[in-house]
Design a protein around this ligand. Structure first.
Ligand code: ARG
Length: 463
């Protein structure tokens, strides 16, 4: 604040200071200080371009650059004096620069506005988050792949409606998540490619009369090209929404596996044992080992989806171009990105550490009439029954077994023949779960050989 109480950045127009509550609602420095590195990188590229174009002197540009470097050091060391009355990161950095280097600092904002400045800062940040998400996904894919390789032929029940459906292999189930994560990865890569255009130079909204070189700043900041419409440049937050959209889908996948872990680690299932590193005990029940990390992930990941909706709601009513509403983009995205990265890391740890309980998996695979489809298929193949008739015969046999309190392979041949006289002893071969999974050799099927092929393909792809 100047002595009159007016803000030094636009004090010319204002006579008095702002209300304390106005300062509280207006200030973003509490959270956008997280964009400091991006803000300084953008400013250094801008100053260098201004000098190269003869818009400011080389001397001033050098002073600005050295000053910004010092500001960056102060921020990194924690010595930087952040001030709420300076509203946001852009003005905090510029005000400090003025304290450090004096008059030349006032030339930095030539041919620029906070509107294109925040646009470039935020894009740089979201671009980094895409890279971080991709790295996190890669690590998690590797963890699932290692599980798939170890258990390519371990049998377990496959479920629909959470009811036992058909036997599948552990490796196949693990690879299902590898497929999901690969799609997530490509969504982040796509979003990154689309957002990689530089809005710097759009200025407030209309462009600038100064002879700037937007290609140079775009290049210096690692963008593919400058954005082509200045109005769109300062009012676009698609890149953030797209990131949140990719993040939401990925979060949904992580949450589904978290849910499976909660179920699988229960005493009723005992499919997996989670490591102590990702579990907690109960303060009252000594026998308990709770899958807290999985539960927390399941709950926390909803925040990512909430952020996506929140930002869509912020943007949906805004006329072009910039409105201050858009300042509300950051907290949501920061929180969502942090939650996603934590989720990816925690899930990678859990997947790496978890131990499949092969005996429990195999026992569960063999129960619940899981090979009924194999029996029906055998009736079609061996006895040439139409599939609908085979389905009916099998249903009758399942009911018979259920009434006898046994499973399908426990029925005698005589009992089976009482339902269909053509059935021979060969039927028992298809009633075993090992044979069942081995027979599912169609492309994308659960047969161990097919799983091993997919494991090899993914090992190649992930390097
Ligand atoms: N702190 C602002 C934001 O995050 C920066 C842009 C402010 N622009 C303006 N015209 N008030 O959106």
């Amino acid at each position: 604040m100047s002595e009159s109480g007016a803000n030094t950045m636009w004090g010319g127009r204002f006579a008095g200071g702002v209300d304390a509550i106005m300062e509280a609602i207006n200030a973003s420095i509490g959270f956008d200080k997280r964009l400091a590195a991006q803000d300084i990188a953008g400013s250094r590229a801008h100053a260098a371009m201004l000098a190269a174009q003869g818009i400011i002197s080389a001397q001033d540009a050098a002073a600005i650059d050295a000053g910004l470097e010092q500001v960056a050091d102060e921020i990194a060391s924690g010595a930087f004096p952040f001030r709420t009355e300076l509203e946001d990161i852009h003005m905090n950095v510029e005000a400090r620069l003025r304290e450090l280097i004096g008059a030349p600092a006032g030339r930095l904002h030539t041919a620029r506005s906070r509107n294109d400045q925040v646009g470039v800062d935020f894009r740089l940040f979201v671009r980094e988050q895409c890279d971080a998400a991709i790295a996190g996904i890669d690590a998690l894919m590797r963890a699932f792949l290692a599980q798939a390789e170890a258990g390519a032929d371990w049998v377990m029940p496959g479920f629909t409606h959470l009811q036992t459906a058909q036997p599948v292999t552990w490796g196949h189930h693990m690879l299902a998540y590898v497929e999901m994560l690969a799609r997530d990865r490509s969504r982040f890569a796509d979003a990154r490619a689309r957002m990689n255009e530089c809005p710097l130079g759009a200025a407030a909204l209309a462009g600038t009369s100064f002879p700037i070189d937007r290609d140079a700043t775009a290049r210096a900041l690692g963008f593919d090209r400058p954005t082509a419409n200045s109005l769109d440049s300062v009012s676009d937050r698609d890149f953030a929404i797209e990131f949140l959209s990719a993040a939401s889908i990925c979060a949904m996948h992580l949450s589904r596996f978290a849910e499976e872990l909660v179920i699988w680690s229960s005493a009723q299932f005992r499919f997996v044992t989670l490591s102590d590193a990702f579990s907690t005990g109960s303060s009252i029940m000594p026998q308990k080992k709770n899958p807290d990390a999985a539960e927390l992930l399941r709950a926390k990941l909803g925040r990512v989806m909430g952020a996506q909706v929140a930002l869509l709601v912020v943007m949906k009513g805004l006329p072009l171009t910039y409105s201050k509403d858009m300042q509300e983009d950051k907290e949501q995205l920061f929180d969502a990105a942090d939650t996603l990265m934590l989720g990816l890391a925690a899930m990678a740890g859990m997947v790496r550490d978890m131990a499949a309980n092969r005996d429990a998996l195999a026992a569960a695979a063999a129960s619940g009439f899981s090979t009924a489809t194999d029996l029906a298929d055998w009736l079609v193949r061996a006895l040439n029954l139409p599939f609908r008739d085979a389905h009916h015969v099998t249903g009758t046999l399942v009911r018979m077994a259920e009434e006898a309190g046994c499973d399908l392979p426990d029925l005698s041949l005589a009992q089976m023949q009482s339902v269909h006289p053509g059935i021979t002893a060969e039927v028992f071969e298809v009633l075993g779960v090992e044979n069942s999974v081995r027979s599912r050799i169609s492309y994308g099927g659960t047969a161990p050989d097919r799983v091993r092929e997919q494991v090899a393909r993914w090992k190649d792809a992930l390097g």
